[in-house]
Write a protein that binds this ligand. Structure first.
Ligand code: SDN
Length: 143
């Protein structure tokens, strides 16, 4: 299926997938974020934390993680950049990219910067859709 896509088309699909996914995450729409993974998808946002599996597991993990902001409302934004795509032998794609997390507190103009991350995704691309089979996030201060 992806043989039919030019590199420009492939990158356009992947860009759209990531833009949709990260806006779901930063808006707190965790069900929609989870739906950007395959049904058996795996997600590990912090090294050492057991990966969340399945849509329900990913939603549970994100809700638990964001509890820390309950009495401390912040706007987080995940910025993705430098996306490198490599086709795997099984037809999926390895996507390796940078992610920077900005945290903005109410009435504080300067964002808190970090963590700075290196992200390893496996993407299933076909039939006009992109889905994460997995995501593993490394944090630069721990590498
Ligand atoms: O989904 C991501 C994430 C992510 O969800 C993260 C979370 O907390 C929830 C895609 C790409 C990168 C990330 C990075 C993080 C950072 C992580 C830990 C933290 O903010 O302290």
């Amino acid at each position: 299926m992806t043989d039919l896509l030019s590199l420009a088309e492939l990158r356009a699909h992947v860009d759209q997938h990531y833009a949709h996914q990260v806006q779901c995450l930063d808006d707190g729409r965790f069900e929609e974020y989870a739906a950007t993974f395959t049904p058996d998808g795996e997600f590990q946002h912090t090294p050492g934390v057991e990966p969340a599996r399945t849509h329900a597991g990913i939603v549970r993990e994100l809700r638990a993680f964001h509890e820390r902001f309950r009495d401390n409302p912040v706007q987080r934004r995940h910025w993705f950049n430098m996306i490198r795509l490599e086709r795997r032998v099984d037809g999926a794609y390895d996507a390796t990219f940078y992610a920077l997390v900005l945290t903005v507190r109410p009435d504080v103009k300067e964002p808190l910067v970090g963590p700075s991350c290196l992200v390893h995704d496996v993407l299933e691309i076909g039939g006009g859709t992109v889905r994460n089979r997995s995501r593993r996030v490394e944090h630069d201060q721990l590498r």
